[in-house]
Design a protein around this ligand. Sequence first.
Ligand SMILES: C[S@@+](CC[C@H](N)C(=O)[O-])C[C@H]1O[C@@H](n2cnc3c(N)ncnc32)[C@H](O)[C@@H]1O
Length: 194
Amino acid sequence: MQNGIINIPTAYEAIVSATNDLSFNMASDIYTGSLLKTLVASKPGGRILELGTGSGLATSWIVSGLDKDAVLITVENNAMLLSVAQKNLNDARIDFVLEDGYKWLKEYRGEKFDLIFADAMPGKYDLFEEAFFLLKTGGLYIIDDMLPQPNWPAGHAERVASFINFLEGRKDVILTKLNWSTGIIIAVKVSTGT
Ligand SMILES: C[S@@+](CC[C@H](N)C(=O)[O-])C[C@H]1O[C@@H](n2cnc3c(N)ncnc32)[C@H](O)[C@@H]1O
């Protein structure tokens, strides 16, 4: 148990250590991870997409929520970070994609997803429509870092506020903003009936 969080994935500590060695400071925290695992587990046989693998900390939680028939595609453009994730998470259900997320989102033609964890600019602040198109109706779109963080650059707070406003104004979204972790939004894609 760590900070009240149980069932930490086996690979987690090794990834934390490698992540610290790389001085990578954008990793998702344990609370986001635990929530992701819980939500992924609600999608048996589900298709999960993660945009921004980083070194695989959130990925380790996502994988531990997959059932035997569920699959994960995770996209990252930094080869060094992705190799940490790949080395520590050897699992046939994961498709690690080393590619620019902007390119991937524009070119992906496969099946839609049941849950998307959008943790890079493409799919969140950029190309949101392309990412959201890839979510099934009833699917979950999850983002973190929505509460003020010490590492936010100048102007980011305004960008976050505007994005939340945009999401809240959509008719095809039902969402809840959680004061959990770094500030999570869980948005469900709903039919507009048109
Ligand atoms: C907030 S971090 C993700 C952290 C990750 N969820 C974790 O648990 O460690 C954002 C990641 O997106 C990646 N990234 C940034 N721009 C990208 C792009 N255009 N395409 C793909 N990945 C990108 C960064 O290299 C970084 O690893």
